[in-house]
Every structure is written in C-alpha cells, then in structure tokens.
Design a protein around this ligand. Structure first.
Ligand code: MIG
Length: 816
C-alpha cells in the first residue's frame, strides 16, 4: 500500500521504500489452552482467543518481548475462553463456540470465520509482514520495532465504518485513514484524513453481519480500506509490534460491547454535564461571565454550565487565575451556583518556562518534562510563550499534574477542559512535538514517535485521576480534544475547531456517528461553529441538531460574531429556546442512554445501521441519525430550505410535531420549517420526559411523563434509568431501573414492571401522555377506573401515583 512517512507533506519518492516482506512458512512453537505461538522467519506470532467472539493477534520482530500492555486497553485479564485448538500439518484452528481463527502455516495466513461468513482474513498473496519505511523515518523507528502491515481480503459487499474522528461521510470504504493526532488547519474539510484524536478501529458490515478490527499501536498508523486495490485492505503501523484484535460480532451492538469491554467504557457522567452549556473564547472577566449566566435566566433559556477559555489565566499559565479580571474565583463560582450554573475551565499542557512560576519550577526540579534527544528540556511556544511539556507517560507526572488541580477545583470549578493536548506547538508552524523527543515511559524510556497518539489521552487520564483523588465522591467532568482508543474511560470528546458553515453542520452528523461507532459515546461538536461568523438561521438550525448531541455546547472563537442564543434576535432566539427546553425535557431519556453506553458501549447518537445492519440503505443515510432506539432525527443543513428527504427504516414512525404516521422502510419528504425539525418517534415506544427546567436540579422533576405515540403496530418497550446524578452510590446499586412495555390491539396497554434497584425516584408523580388515539371509553389503572384523565385532540393524559410496584394502564380506545 502507498504510505506517507512522518514527513506528511512529501510522498515517498519512488524506489525509496524497500519492498514489503511478507511472512513465509510458520511453525508451531507452543500451544496453550487458548493460544498458539508460531515462529515465522525471525518473527514470533501469537494468536489467542480471548473470548468467544474476540481474538488477538500479535507479531513481534526478532528478540522483541511478547507484551500487550497498552494505554488503549482496559481489560487484560480475560477469563479463559472456551477454545479448542486443532493442529494439523498445514493449518491450525482455534475454535470457540462462536467463531474460528484459521491459521494456514505455509505461508502464514490468518483468517476468521463463523457459521455464516469469513471476515478479517489475510490477503492470500500478501498476508502480514514487515514494511520498512522511507529512509528518514526508518532511521528513527526501525530500532524500536519494525514497521509492519497486515493485508486483509476485502469480501465484496463489505462496507467500513468507524475510524474515530473523521471528516467526510459515514462510509469509509475506498478511503485511506491516517492515525496521527494533530491540530488540523482551520476549516476542516473532507480532505483531512487525520484529526485531533486517533481510534484505529474499523467496523465492517456485510449482509447484515458486523465484525470489527482494532489495531493497538500508539505509533503512527494507516488503514487502506479498499483504496489502493479493490480486493484488499491494508493496516499499517510505523513501528513496534503488530497487535490487532478481531471482533466477531455479528451485530454492531455486539462488536461495540466487546470493543468497549476491551478498551473500557465511559463512567456515568454527572447529570448536569449533559445539560446545555455555553462557552466562548472571549469571556474575559468574572462580571462578563455572570452577565452571560444571568441573561440565560432572564430570557428563560436553560443553562447548566458556562466555560472559561484561556483568558482567565495569568498570562496563560496553566493552573493560575488573572488576579485583576478574576479577583475572587470562589465568589464567581458561588454566584454562578446561585443561578444554578456550573463553571468549567480550560487547561493546556504547555507549562510556561518561568522561574517565578511554581508549577514550572516543580516540574523541572522533579524531572517531569519531556526531553530532547540530547537530554535537554524540550521547549516550544504555545499561548504562554516558551513552554515545557509534562511527560504524561511517567506516572509521577500524572500524579503531580493531578496535584495542581486544587488551583481550580478548590475554587469550586466543576469541570476541566483539556485543550491542545495532541500536543500542539506553534513553532515553526502549528504542529506537534518532534518524533525524537524523549519520554520517561513506564517503565522504559520511549521516543515521542512511539507514544504520540496517547499523549493527549494520558493528559485526560491524569486530569480525571487527579479529580477523583481530590473529590472522591464526585464524578469527574473532563473534556479532551486529543485521545486514543479508550479515551472514553477518562473524558468526553469534542471535535475542536469547526467553522460556522452549513457544510460543517452537515459534516457533524457522520463525524459523531463514526465516533459513536468507535467507542466514544459522549461527544459533541461546537454548536454554531467555532471559527467564522454564524448567522441566526445557521445557529437555530445547528441547535435543532445540537440538542441531540450527547455533549451540547455552543462555543465560538473570539474574533467571530457573538453567537449566544439571543445574539441574532427573533425569531431565532425563540426557536433556540424551544429546542433547548426540549433537550431539558429529554433529560431522563438521554440519561438512560448514558447508562446504556456506560454498561454496553452502545453509542447515544447512533447511525441507523447500528439498529438496522441488515438494511443496506442505512449505510448511506448519514445526514440523519437515531438517538437511542426511539428517536430518528433528520436535521436541515442548508440555508432557506424547509423540506428534506428522510429515510425511515422498517417499523412505524410518527412525526413528532404533526403526529402523522409512516410505515418504514420508506423515503419521505419532510416539511421542516425553522422551529419544527424533522424528528420521528418510533411508534408504541415510550419516551420518558421531565418537565421543562432551567437547569438540572432546579426542582424535583415532577411529573415524570411517559410520552407514547400509539399506532396499530408492533409492541414497543423502553427503560428509564435513574440515580442521584452525581457521586458513586450507583456503583453500589443505588439506582432505579423501570421497564415499560406498550402494546396496542383492542386496547392500548402500558405495563410498568416493578422498579429495580434501591434509588428512590425524585419524581413523585407519573404522567402518561398518549398521542394519536380516539376518546377512550374507559381508562383503567390495574383494572380499576382511573380517577382523573384528560382527553383532547387525539391526546390522553393520565396521572398515576408514583411508587415502585408493577402496574398496568389499560386504555379502551381506538387508534385515531
Ligand atoms: O489555538 O483556547 O479547540 O476550543 O477556544 C486555539 C482557545 C486554542 C483551541 C480549541 C478551542 C479554544 C481555543 N483553542
């Protein structure tokens, strides 16, 4: 495959790269209950069944240790999989109850299959092998382990998704993907093939069956997904051992569940952190920030948090406050708190080189910064001027970093926003650390080239762990721009410096969907766009989409038109208010999806293919998405456009505003004027809602409403997850799970199962809000007539007393 070197701007000159050396014949050296070890020339190869649907392959160059420890991987202790190993003259098979790894020995070729199909099978001709890079890069990397490629056969009809943070469309088939964290030039376009964060994971989908492959290397990587050759994919690493994991699926959900078991899942966030957030690079004084928060309240627009970008610091020194503009940060936090608003502050990794500045002196004296190849402190310029860079690969540095957090947390700051952690440096042009910068490593020294892609994640980890140490009873809220596979364990991710363009509103959809398919469930883009000037229409349309992002934050750059919700006047402000209030109502629904992501790795904002992998039309519908299973959202992403095409997959879907029903699969034309975005609700699928609130915790969420659009259609069901929204009692079972089933035949029946778990709901009253039915002749709660219900215009509302027992609501009414 064609590969670039570290010198990204220059293609490799012809003939400069020695040929790819494919592995030849292999011999079985050793066998365990679940693994086979082989020798192929100078390479040692190990294939292991870690679980019924998870295999690991490791290829280690001559004399390299068999070592799988990685920042990407959270789980290493796999209970022995139920495997059967068959060794024959030409072939070894590792069979689990669900899948088989087939290892041909002459030459060594590795493939996978289950009862239905083959997947991740080596290209017959090329297989796996070593692939020296062009001379300048290889001088640096070769001593650390050989660049390598594994070529996999492309099974015709397969489409590829995931690959983490991307521009362009959802389907990555025929593309080339580069994994090397960097701060891309402003105005992200589809031409970019790497961004701030790198998740070298791909999800393959064919004939309704999914599989996955994760290449666990923190060196630079490239995936060629049927780009160079129509018959294969290539997965290349620039150094180190070739370690990859194969997931048998066969559903996208099963792949994600296993992938996030391997790389870790998101802890439950504090609930306020999924509310509405307002930020701007340019909020410069405590008074200005308070004014912003008050304006939200005066205008009745929900708000849970405001942000301080780099201007709060003293000369951009991380972990300081500017004494003039922020004379009393604790008082600022207190005043915001009175308004129900939390404060999040930014931090950057660059530590200003300044003999009068404690963090710098401490870090230098304790030898906590990155070094040049010659052992000097590595320095480059970022916002504060000349900076040193904490060596987050060293556990001592991570602890020390956490110990700096009281400068922020002790004033009452509620969340920490890690920026510039690719890391980005400014000289000679914005780029990252040179590959020969040295790190302490853990336990051995390493070059930056080896750990570049995990630098940002390690900063997020240090921040998260420091936060937990200082506030053991509080759930950390950490945001990170850079990361690797597994960032979800420590931080949410936002996608950096997008632009106030309609094109970027459109781009956000596939971008967040691919992140969701890559284990990052808590994600968001800057609503309204970061660089460039938004317009009222763009901001309103972007908010119609943005309220469905797991992370909902309006953020913009200092030199752009202000874009707070009221900045463009009416009618935009009213539309934005209405949408943000809808998000606030959706809080219990969203929080339940966070719980699902936390337990299973399922994305919150998810592509249609996640639920309908057997419907190939969904592979291309990346200008719409699902939120959980119940909502389908199809935003408008063009100016002055009121209509758009929507694809509705199978099932019955109800238009949220009009109640009109559609029988999928169907292509429809949605009328979606400003203020009425195309939202469809799956019929008979209850959606839990809270009343409109200004912020999380403003008052008890009463009543809790179950909204159901009824139809003569399949039964539906839903869940509600509740806990106290902060702290760790939920890990000890202090949570509540309510399951609801809805069936519609002669009657409409809503069956609530008894609440599971010991958390006492803060909602005292339950309300059921049924839409799309004729006037009922009778409404029964557990077979006795309900006391009070209201009916008007096809809509029935019934109040039920709160409580934990199972109950049943029967409505004798016809579907309208
Ligand atoms: O060089 O802190 O992506 O959100 O406002 C720019 C200033 C540095 C980049 C972040 C952006 C933030 C900005 N930062």
């Amino acid at each position: 495959m064609r590969r670039s070197t570290y010198f990204l701007q220059f293609p490799v000159p012809p003939g400069a790269v020695p040929a790819f050396e494919s592995l030849g014949a292999a011999q079985v050296v050793e066998q365990t209950a679940t693994a086979v070890r082989l020798q192929a020339g100078s390479a040692a190869v190990e294939i292991t069944a870690l679980a019924d649907d998870l295999f690991r392959v490791g290829m280690f160059g001559a004399g390299r240790p068999r070592e799988y420890r990685s920042e990407g991987v959270a789980r290493v202790d796999w209970a022995t999989a139920e495997a059967r190993i068959a060794v024959e003259a030409d072939e070894v098979r590792i069979e689990t109850p669900r899948a088989t790894a087939r290892v041909a020995l002459h030459p060594l070729r590795i493939g996978f299959r289950d009862s239905e199909r083959e997947f991740a099978t080596d290209d017959e001709k090329l297989g796996m092998g070593f692939a020296p890079l062009a001379p300048p890069a290889s001088r640096l990397v070769d001593p650390l382990g050989s660049p390598a490629i594994v070529y996999k056969r492309h099974e015709p009809g397969t489409h590829y998704f995931g690959c983490g943070e991307r521009t362009g469309s959802l389907d990555k088939t025929q593309s080339r993907q580069v994994f090397w964290n960097f701060d891309p030039p402003a105005q992200h376009t589809a031409a970019l093939n790497n961004m701030y964060t790198s998740v070298p994971f791909v999800l393959g989908l064919r004939d309704g069956r999914a599989w996955g492959m994760f290449v666990d290397s923190s060196y630079r990587l490239e995936f060629d997904l049927v780009n160079e050759d129509p018959s294969r994919c290539g997965f290349a690493i620039d150094g180190g051992p070739m370690i990859y994991y194969v997931f048998a699926g066969p559903t996208p959900r099963a792949v994600l569940e296993r992938y996030t078991e391997l790389t870790g899942r998101m802890p439950m966030p504090p609930r306020w952190a999924i509310g509405n957030h307002q930020s701007r690079w340019g909020y410069k004084t405590a008074d200005q920030l308070l004014e912003i928060a008050r304006t939200f309240r005066q205008r009745g627009i929900p708000l849970d948090a405001v942000y301080l970008d780099i201007d709060y610091m003293d000369g951009y020194r991380v972990f300081t406050w500017d004494a003039e503009r922020f004379p009393d940060p604790a008082d600022l936090v207190r005043q915001l708190g009175e308004l129900g608003v939390k404060l999040v502050t930014i931090i950057d990794p660059g530590v200003k080189v300044d003999e009068q500045y404690r963090p710098y002196c401490e870090g230098r004296d304790a030898d906590l910064f990155c070094k040049t190849f010659f052992g000097d402190e590595y320095r480059n310029v970022v916002w504060p001027g000349l900076c040193a860079f904490p060596d987050f690969t060293d556990p001592r540095t991570r602890t020390w970093w956490g110990e700096q957090l009281p400068a922020l947390l002790d004033t009452g700051v509620a969340g920490i926003w890690c920026d510039m952690n690719e890391p980005t440096v400014f000289v000679p042009t914005p780029q990252t650390l040179p590959e020969d910068v040295t790190h302490h490593g853990d336990p051995n020294a390493v070059l930056h080239a080896e750990v570049h892609n995990i630098y940002g994640q390690l900063m997020a980890r240090a921040t998260h762990e420091g936060f937990r140490t200082l506030r053991p009873e509080q759930r950390p809220m950490v945001i990170s721009r850079a990361g690797f596979a597994g960032l979800q364990r420590y931080a949410l991710h936002w996608t950096g410096d997008n632009t106030s363009w309609w094109e970027h509103l459109a781009m956000s959809m596939p971008q967040l969907q691919n992140l969701g398919l890559s284990g990052y469930a808590w994600v968001g883009v800057d609503i309204g766009g970061f660089t460039g000037d938004a317009t009222g229409e763009l901001l309103a349309r972007w908010t119609e989409f943005g309220i469905f992002q797991p992370f909902c934050r309006n953020h913009s750059a200092w030199n752009t038109r202000p874009q707070e919700p009221w900045a463009f006047g009416e009618p935009y402000e009213s539309h934005i208010r209405k949408m943000l209030l809808l998000r606030q109502r959706l809080m219990p629904f969203l929080y339940t999806l966070f719980d699902e992501a936390h337990r299973t790795g399922a994305p919150i904002l998810r592509p249609l293919l996640f639920e309908y992998p057997d419907d190939a039309t969904t592979f291309a519908t990346d200008d719409e998405f699902l939120v959980g299973r119940a909502l389908l959202v199809a935003p408008i992403a063009r100016p002055r456009v009121d209509y758009r095409h929507v694809y509705l997959p199978r099932g019955t879907w109800v238009h949220y505003w009009s109640g009109e029903r559609y029988q999928g699969p169907k292509h429809v034309l949605a009328h979606a004027p400003l203020g009425r975005p195309a939202i469809y609700v799956r019929a008979n699928t209850p959606v839990p809602l809270w009343p409109e609130m200004a912020y999380d915790g403003e008052r008890p969420p009463d009543p809790l409403t179950w909204l159901v659009f009824v139809a003569a259609a399949d039964d539906g069901s839903a869940e509600l997850y509740e806990d106290d929204g902060e702290g760790y009692a939920y890990e000890r079972g202090v949570s509540a799970r309510t399951r609801v089933h809805c069936s519609v035949s002669n009657d409409i029946e809503l069956r609530f199962e008894a609440v599971e778990g010991s958390f006492a709901s803060t909602s005292e009253t339950l309300e059921v809000d049924l839409r799309g039915l004729e006037r009922p002749t009778q409404v029964l709660i557990d077979d006795s007539a309900a006391q009070a219900w209201d009916y008007a215009d096809g809509r029935l509302t019934v109040r039920l007393p709160g409580g934990r027992a199972a109950r049943r609501l029967t409505v004798r009414a016809a579907v309208a």
